[in-house]
Write a protein that binds this ligand. Structure first.
Ligand code: HEC
Ligand code: HEC
Length: 364
């Protein structure tokens, strides 16, 4: 048990810095009921979805893990944990009976970030809901998805300049609520990625070699994940998004206009290669990408994440953002790049876990 608690502890720390995908250590194909000790309601969900689900609950109720759990013993029951189980059953039953099984009701529907939902409407004038300022509407008629993509590709520097980029090395600082650290993100197109984070606690590496995603602390054994769910963990990158959009705009819809960081934008819904959808906000004036919003689905509701791009500068004929802010429901972190170099020669070995892990990666 203490080992599992430690693994979960380090995973959560990692999640909070990185927003990494689902619990990487969860054995593929196992259910939560098989992997964890005391699961009664969420027995049949994939084991890897349990932690995202727990993160979702904490956000929906505005509490910490310790609201329901005893430190160091997640399987022990508490009064709040028992209540939460009844609430889960209520949510599943309501969606089944009233919404044909569609996940319309979530914990957040009632809780809105509080452990005590409001049952009585507020007095007039005392409303706490943030008033939505009317978005400044973009000038001109609503463009088609093709027009938006054409304008975007041109704004970045054109299809030829984009196609000429084979690799990128970005160096700078990652600012998180826990402090700042040095960061380097290496990309070899189309899909290889290496992220190196250096803080007082040591070095952390995370990579994707096109098939296997991995993470490694110092010289420790790397944790790996391959298969359909494995992918690069870095924030979505405008250049790669342009490459994907150039392949075609089927499944893309222009939803309307939005105001993003004070700028008028066109909001587009697009299918993600790995399933689900994402929202893309394009600057209505200059065509550049301002924000990408994605949603991590859990059995109880969705966790949103927004990535904002700014400080676009020219790198070998292509405009790239030197500031990338990733904001989840729990916290936000900002990548501030000092330098971005293109077409540096990067060996494929660079994107595999460093050998020190005594073969634990190759055993898989
Ligand atoms: C509002 C209450 C609540 C909060 C907050 C909460 N959990 Fe849970 N957690 C539960 C319930 C309920 C279960 C059991 C689910 C079931 O029986 O299907 C559970 C089960 C677990 C388990 C499985 C334990 C085992 O071995 O059986 C882990 C691990 C866990 N939670 C981790 C977390 C973490 C980490 C957080 C904070 C990010 C968290 N939980 C926040 C209610 C909560
Ligand atoms: C239909 C509305 C609704 C939904 C949906 C809902 N809850 Fe609740 N929840 C309530 C109400 C009402 C209370 C009682 C609040 C009080 O006592 O002030 C409550 C109380 C709780 C409490 C006890 C809080 C305390 O301080 O005693 C927990 C824990 C909780 N809910 C968890 C959840 C979880 C987890 C979900 C999603 C699976 C969820 N709830 C979904 C309405 C809802």
């Amino acid at each position: 048990m203490p080992r599992r608690a430690a693994v979960i502890g380090s995973l959560i720390l990692f999640l909070s810095v990185f927003g990494l995908a689902q619990g990487m250590d969860a054995p593929a194909g196992k259910t939560a009921g098989e992997v964890f000790k005391n699961i009664q309601v969420l027995k049949d969900i994939p084991a890897g979805e349990l932690l995202p689900t727990m993160r979702y609950i904490t956000v929906a109720l505005g509490v910490r893990c310790s609201f329901c759990h005893v430190e160091g013993n997640f399987s022990q029951d508490t009064e709040h944990k028992q209540t939460a189980r009844r609430m889960m059953q209520m949510v599943f039953a309501a969606n089944k009976s009233t919404f044909n099984g569609r996940p319309e009701i979530s914990c957040y529907t009632c809780h809105r970030g509080s452990s005590h939902p409001q049952g009585v409407p507020p007095i007039a004038g005392a409303t706490t809901a943030a008033a939505h300022p009317a978005a400044s509407a973009p000038a001109g008629a609503r463009p088609s998805p093709d027009q938006i993509v054409t304008q975007y590709v041109a704004a970045l520097g054109g299809a030829d300049a984009i196609a000429a980029i084979q690799s990128l090395v970005k160096i700078g600082t990652l600012v998180t609520p826990r402090g700042s650290m040095k960061v380097e993100i290496d990309r070899k197109l189309p899909d290889k990625e290496l992220i190196v984070l250096q803080s007082e606690q040591g070095v952390r590496r995370q990579g994707f070699d096109g098939a296997t995603a991995w993470e490694q602390e110092g010289d420790g054994a790397p944790r790996t994940e391959s298969g359909a769910g494995a992918r690069a963990a870095g924030p979505p990158a405008p250049l790669e998004i342009a490459l994907a959009l150039q392949h075609g705009t089927q499944g893309m819809r222009v939803l309307g206009s939005e105001e993003v960081n004070g700028r008028a934008a066109w909001r587009v819904a697009a299918r993600r290669p790995q399933g689900g959808f994402e929202l893309l906000d394009f600057d209505a004036a200059n065509g550049l990408l301002l924000r990408v919003e994605t949603f991590q689905r859990t059995p109880l509701g969705a966790l949103p994440e927004a990535t904002d791009y700014s400080d676009y500068r020219d790198v070998q004929g292509v405009k790239l953002p030197f500031s990338v802010r990733v904001a989840g429901a729990e916290n936000a972190r900002t990548f501030q790049f000092d330098s971005i170099r293109a077409n540096v020669t990067l060996a494929d070995e660079r994107f595999r876990p460093a050998g020190a892990g005594a073969g634990s990666a190759s055993q898989k």
